[in-house]
Design a protein around this ligand. Structure first.
Ligand SMILES: NC(=O)c1ccc[n+]([C@@H]2O[C@H](COP(=O)([O-])OP(=O)(O)OC[C@H]3O[C@@H](n4cnc5c(N)ncnc54)[C@H](O)[C@@H]3O)[C@@H](O)[C@H]2O)c1
Length: 339
């Protein structure tokens, strides 16, 4: 197979690429614009990890550039496309809305158009738990109504699902959207809490715990997300006709989350214990002196909690890495990378 992975220098994209290169003979074409939303050296480091694989080609480019995408799809006959490139982050969308429309709407539209005119067997794309907005019913199910986004980021991800549905219906393109729940791990994203907390604590600074600690997150280890994508990409939604003789859209949505929300304060305790264990923080470091409880931020939600029963039913799989194990691997990587 020839597989396109957009966002290949990103956190999830790089680990997915590595996994496919290690376990299949697929040719992987990775695309990324290497933007500086966070430390570019991390993206370069991830690409270095992939550079020794002979079945990997990296092409620097922007998915919102239609000409670039059209040329790429002419050059390679992609069997499967995995769209992970996006402007991520909830808080950044308040001051930088353009980046979200450009990458998540125009970029995704270009990918859909390219799939329309080329015989792509399966388009898998990243959605997000943020589409559930302030949903109070837990766990979050893909059957829940998700019409109340509380950030522009969430609105663009929900829009991607709608665009994918229209293209599946109109052109019979098999598409699967994956709603990821707070993904963490080594070589992760410095804008996310676990990573920025580690950076601040190392410098002796104080970390802010939002909603006075009354937040719960379904933290999902990156390898578990990768395992989910690998299973899903091999099984496109089946094309079939309805009673009216017209195609039923080959369109699916799944949650991939740990299905075990953790309280933010417990999460900070485990993180600090693992940073002590890895000798990133000195043993006499008093975590309580470096924590400040603050109000909820715009765009944030009090809880995320994935109902993974569809994923279990269709793929016999659900994430299972414990927060302690995952944060241990993060802390060990952090030590080697930054110290
Ligand atoms: N990490 C999470 O917790 C999480 C949760 C839910 C959904 N997601 C989604 O999963 C996907 C991957 O997330 P990640 O955590 O690996 O983020 P990431 O920022 O590390 O990776 C995204 C990559 O896409 C690239 N990119 C952005 N815009 C682009 C464009 N227009 N053209 C080409 N490349 C572009 C970036 O340079 C980056 O390397 C994203 O779509 C994100 O919205 C992530």
């Amino acid at each position: 197979m020839i597989v396109l992975i957009t966002g290949a220098a990103g956190f999830i994209g790089a680990f997915l690429t590595k996994r496919l290169l290690e376990t299949t003979n697929d040719q992987i074409v990775g695309v990324d614009n290497l933007n500086d939303y966070y430390d570019v050296s991390l993206k370069e480091e991830r690409l270095k990890m992939l550079s020794s694989f002979k079945n990997f080609v990296f092409v620097k480019g922007d998915i919102s550039d239609k000409q670039f995408i059209d040329n790429l799809f002419k050059e390679y006959k992609f069997d499967v496309v995995i769209n992970l490139a996006a402007q991520a982050g909830v808080r950044y969308s308040i001051d930088h809305p353009d980046a979200y429309i450009q990458s998540n709407i125009i970029g995704f539209y270009n990918i859909l158009e390219a799939c329309r005119y080329n015989l792509v067997k399966h388009l898998v794309y990243a959605s997000s738990s943020s589409v559930y907005g302030g949903n109070t019913k837990v766990p979050f199910s893909t059957d829940d109504k998700v019409d109340n986004p509380v950030s522009l980021y969430a609105a663009t991800k929900k829009s991607d699902e709608l665009l994918a549905h229209a293209y599946s219906k109109l052109y019979n393109i098999p598409t699967t959207g994956l709603r990821f729940f707070t993904v963490y791990g080594p070589m992760g994203r410095p804008d996310m809490a676990y990573f920025s907390f580690a950076n601040k604590l190392v410098k002796g600074e104080t970390i802010e715990i939002f909603n006075y600690g009354n937040c719960k997150r379904d933290f999902t280890y990156v390898d578990d997300i990768v395992e989910g994508i690998v299973r899903v990409m091999q099984k496109p939604p089946v094309k079939k006709d309805g009673e009216d003789g017209l195609p039923i859209p080959p369109y699916k949505i799944y949650n991939i989350g740990n299905n075990k929300p953790e309280n933010l304060l417990d999460f900070v305790n485990i993180l600090s214990e693992e940073l002590f264990r890895a000798n990133v923080l000195p043993k006499d470091f008093d975590i309580k002196k470096h924590m400040k409880l603050v109000a909820m931020q715009k765009g944030d939600v009090p809880i995320t909690y994935a109902d993974t029963s569809d994923l279990e039913r269709d793929f016999g799989y659900k994430p299972s890495t414990s927060l302690r194990e995952g944060l241990r691997r993060f802390a060990e990587w952090y030590k080697t990378f930054y110290k």
